[in-house]
Design a protein around this ligand. Sequence first.
Ligand SMILES: [Zn+2]
Length: 63
Amino acid sequence: MSCEHLVCAQCAGPVVEGRCPSCRAGKAKLHHQGPGGLSPAVVVVILLALFFFSLALQHLVGG
Ligand SMILES: [Zn+2]
């Protein structure tokens, strides 16, 4: 996700330059994706790891 082409509604400048408080707030929001600052890709990797871990456990228990 990129914020290079976003224009601020208050100062009409590029949000990425952070000229006014609204720009800085928008920039901060763009760079913090999701709750806890986790990006969707990281969440997918964690879910995959848990999935394979549970498969390995079932294999061990089921023998
Ligand atoms: Zn602005």
